[in-house]
Structure formats: C-alpha cells, structure tokens
Design a protein around this ligand. Structure first.
Ligand code: URA
Length: 238
C-alpha cells in the first residue's frame, strides 16, 4: 500500500505540495469515495483512482519505440545538441525514460526508451548478445564475398576482433545496400567494421532490436508505446 499523494505525484500531478492541495480541494476519488487525506493508503494497481473526473491509469514502467531521426543524440542531457527526450511528450517524460543503448547522432532508426533499468541493463548486457539489425548503405562494392568475412569476425582499428555477424546483401553497387546483424554494440561498430575493410558507411538505420522490428508506420522522430505483447517478447529475451 502506498500514500495517495506519493502515487499522484509519481503520476505527474505535481509536487507533493501541489498534490496535497489537489486532494484537499476534494478533486480525488478512490473507489468512488471522496478522499481528502493526502496520506490515505491505496493499492495503486487495484484501487480505482479518479482525479477531476478522469481515471488515473497507474503504472510504474514505460516502454517506448522511437524512430530516431538524424541530428539528435541518444542521451538524456546534452549541453549543445537536441536529445531524443526532446522528441517525447511530457505525459511520458514524467516517467523519466532513458534510451536503452545508443545510436550515433547521424544514425536513424529503432531506439527503445524506458525507465525499466533492469530490463535495459539486461538488453544491453554483452552476455545476452541481443541481435541488432542495421540497414546500411556503404560507399564500396559489397557482394557475397564479404559474408564470410563478417561471419569470421573483423579486426577493428583498436585490434578488437568482432564476434560473428550476419551480412545480407540487398544490392551490391558503387553505393551498396546491405543488412548487418550484430550481437554486440561497440562504439561506432558498424562504421568501424566497414572502415576496417576500406569502405565508408554513408547511411545507417537500425531496423531491428532483439525481437522488435521498427514499426514502419513511425515516421522519423515519431514514437509509440510498446504493446503488452512486445514488452513480453523483450522480457523473454533476457
Ligand atoms: N554502429 C554504428 O557505427 N553506429 C550506430 O549508431 C550503431 C551501430
């Protein structure tokens, strides 16, 4: 059981002081009963709470799929750049979500934002090796010959040999189009893997993260909450 004022404050109804006032003003019903005591104890998951005639849907965690555009950084604060949180509405920011992992400033695509620290940690743990798939455009002719190289591992500029990764060729050309699936996420990894082969990545977009595919209805900069099924899938991955 939790204090009514604490729950309402957690749900974004203001500071404890604001919420106390709101309760005193008789604007809150719990299970149909008017409650004016701010330390009234409730079960936030099972009691029906109504503020100003609107039912409060209590939840502790939030899970968002964002189609990250170029030009924003994957952190919660940056003194210079816009961050992915600048794209998110206040109704979600009250949960203090943060990005589970990073995409470079110039990378687009699927980024999960959540306040479920345990899940985020596990999804990013190198031990779990969650698959991440990228759509890549590369300045260079990438054909079937490269599939084995990626499978065997590529030695990066710092001497690190990457784990086996899966290269799928969409179209070899001067600018080749491929998909690459990695089980790890070293700094600038995709770009550095191609660099090690003498080629430059000119466009990069993450299209899959573990069991989740980027929802193609999301325009760049748009986001949506994960469905219950998607959250379940992510959790099963750990
Ligand atoms: N690899 C990169 O080089 N950049 C990203 O943003 C993600 C993977």
């Amino acid at each position: 059981m939790e204090r009514l004022d604490k729950i309402l404050s957690n749900m974004g109804y203001g500071s404890r002081k604001d919420v106390k006032k709101l309760i005193k003003e008789g604007r809150v019903l719990v299970n149909g009963e008017l409650i004016v005591k701010n330390d009234y104890k409730i079960d936030p998951y099972n009691d029906n709470i109504v503020v100003d005639g609107i039912e409060v849907e209590y939840r502790k965690y939030i899970y968002i799929m964002l189609n990250k555009p170029k030009g924003v950084v994957s952190s919660t604060f940056d003194p210079v750049n816009r961050t992915v949180l600048d794209l998110i509405d206040q109704e979600y920011l009250i949960f203090n979500p943060f990005p589970a992992g990073r995409l470079d400033k110039d990378t687009e695509g699927l980024l999960i934002l959540t306040n479920d620290g345990k899940l985020a940690h596990e999804l990013l743990s190198p031990k779990k090796g969650v698959d991440k798939t990228y759509y890549v455009e590369v300045d260079g002719y990438v054909d079937e010959k490269y599939i084995l190289k990626f499978k065997e591992g590529i030695i990066l500029d710092d001497g690190y040999k990457t784990l086996p990764s899966k290269l799928e060729i969409i179209e070899p050309d001067y600018i080749s189009r491929v998909k690459l699936t990695l089980k790890e996420g070293k700094f600038h990894q995709v770009k550095r893997m191609f660099k090690a082969l003498g080629m430059e990545v000119v466009y990069l977009k993450r299209i899959r993260f573990g069991p989740l595919e980027l929802d193609d209805r999301l325009e760049l900069g748009q986001y949506r909450e994960l469905t219950k099924e998607e959250i379940q899938l992510l959790k099963e991955k750990r």
